[in-house]
Design a protein around this ligand. Structure first.
Ligand code: NDP
Length: 448
């Protein structure tokens, strides 16, 4: 008789949890997974996937406009929000079903309810009150949007709500200068919403390379977004015409919708971590060692709940390292350096490696920077001012490439491939020796 009901109990069926649950079940382990919402997690249900579809939706509108100089004319072009919203939700449900299926097909038991820790080896399923034991527990519950405590915050929406709006507002104020605020400002503007993006700093996308930040701040304005800088909201009030947001610079904006995109926090508050001796940081993030092991030896955590690098593919890699460590006798952590990532602004951003500022902190003045900025060919006839930007940072006598920063159409696709060059330690000479593919936007990176 096994000592525990399951070998592995996973709390959270998002990207990390599903991957770990599936792999462990494939290895013959007795696995259960609990999920209080739809399987798939933030990425599939209320994040990356529906967001990318909204970006596609916004891009169609822009393409129709710029097609005119290419000879196309279209009369009575109209956008229907309900069509896009519902089609996206249909796809989200399909994908969520696939996630549930993957688990069950591999023999894992899926509980469609919330689970909380009772002790190191026991979880309680909160709908039914059933208690289940497991040898190993993996926490992969992700994060939740953070809403600052300002007066009237209950009138604001967050990213979870934005996908399900009954109707698209005519006017919206988006608060924040990070990924979600910048991406949604581009989406809303592209779908015809008069959009203000308000950020407390002096340029968008803190943490990114300064040139990228300058360009994105500028390009948001080219999309018709009112970018309001150095201001934080202090109050949101209902008015006869909708809402009024007040800012700490004394200004007020009347709007129909206030969208807070002010970061996300690990979703650990009522998980019962204290019952199992699992320690957290002040942010609520589960503290883990390089093997994703918490302060309780049999409890591990992967993904956004650990607040390391909060990206879907990273959670998946951490889950794979967990499987190798716990079930394959190959202990390993996931290397969080040089992770390529993208921001789906319009145009988007693709980056990997060190920013110029980080290179300076690490290497003093012993590094080189190559940049280029140009109007992509497609935009010339279209009559668009939007520019493309590329920066390559190299270091050492051999000029090893340590950072690449791109802004322009398709740069998320391009950076996926260029990420290999940084991870693989390739040099500027390798870039120079690579023949260009012409005419493309990406060729500029090998002709710097
Ligand atoms: P970010 O941390 O990227 O941005 C949060 C923004 O809100 C920052 O500009 C921050 O300002 C601002 N802010 C925080 N608190 C307040 C406050 N009290 N008042 C006013 N402004 C405030 O978080 P997001 O919510 O945009 O995204 C969450 C995470 O999700 C990201 O970190 C990323 O890991 C992930 N994500 C990734 C995407 C991708 O890969 N394309 C897309 C979407 C999300 P400041 O800069 O001054 O701190």
């Amino acid at each position: 008789m096994p000592k525990y009901d399951y070998d592995l109990f996973v709390i959270g069926a998002g990207s990390g949890g599903v991957r770990a649950g599936r792999m462990a079940a494939q290895l013959g382990k007795r696995v259960a997974v609990a999920e209080e919402s739809k399987p798939g997690g933030t990425c599939v249900v209320r994040g990356c996937v529906p967001k990318k579809y909204l970006v596609y939706g916004a891009e169609y509108g822009a393409a129709i406009k710029s097609a005119k100089n290419y000879g196309w004319s279209a009369s009575s072009v109209k956008f229907n929000w309900a069509t896009l919203r519902d089609n996206i939700q249909t796809e989200v449900s399909r994908l969520s079903g696939i996630y549930a299926n993957i688990l069950e097909k591999n023999g894992a038991k899926l509980f469609n309810q919330r689970a909380e820790l009772v002790d190191k080896h026991t979880v309680r399923l909160t709908d039914t009150g059933q208690e289940v034991t497991a040898h190993t527990i993996l926490i992969a519950v992700g994060g939740r949007p953070f809403m600052p405590e300002i007066k009237g915050i209950e009138h604001a929406i967050m990213s979870d709500d934005a996908f399900l709006l009954n109707r698209l507002p005519e006017k919206a104020v988006i608060i924040g200068g990070g990924y979600i605020a910048s991406e949604f400002a581009g989406i809303f503007a592209g779908l015809g919403v008069k959009t203000t993006q308000s950020y407390r700093g002096d340029k968008l996308l803190r943490g990114f390379d300064e040139d990228v930040r300058d360009l994105v701040t500028n390009q948001q304005r080219l999309l018709g977004i009112e970018v309001k800088l150095n201001a934080s909201p202090t109050e949101i009030k209902k008015s006869s015409g909708g809402l009024i947001v007040s800012f700490d610079d004394g200004s007020k904006i009347g709007t129909e919708c206030v969208f807070m995109a002010t970061g996300r926090k690990p979703y650990t508050a009522t998980l019962g971590l204290e019952n199992a001796g699992v320690k957290t940081a002040d942010s609520g993030a589960i503290k883990v060692n390089e093997f994703s092991q918490s302060s309780a030896k049999n409890i591990y955590a992967v993904g956004d709940v650990t607040d390391r690098v909060n990206l879907t593919p990273v959670a998946i890699r951490e889950a794979m390292a967990f499987i190798d460590t716990v079930y394959k006798d190959k202990p390993r952590g996931y290397d969080h350096n040089d992770i390529a990532s993208a921001v789906f602004t319009r145009p988007p951003v693709g980056v990997v490696g060190l920013t110029e500022m980080q290179a300076r902190e690490k290497y003093g003045d012993k590094f080189k920077v190559y940049t280029t900025s140009f109007r992509p060919m497609k935009n010339i006839i279209a009559g668009k001012d939007e520019r493309c930007f590329m920066k390559l940072i190299t270091q050492g006598r051999k000029e090893t490439v340590i950072g690449i920063h791109l802004v322009g159409d398709d740069t998320p696709e391009i950076i996926q491939a260029l990420g290999i060059t940084v991870k693989g330690g390739l040099t500027k000479a390798d870039f120079d020796a690579t023949c260009a593919v012409h005419p493309t936007l990406a060729e500029e990176i090998v002709t710097l």
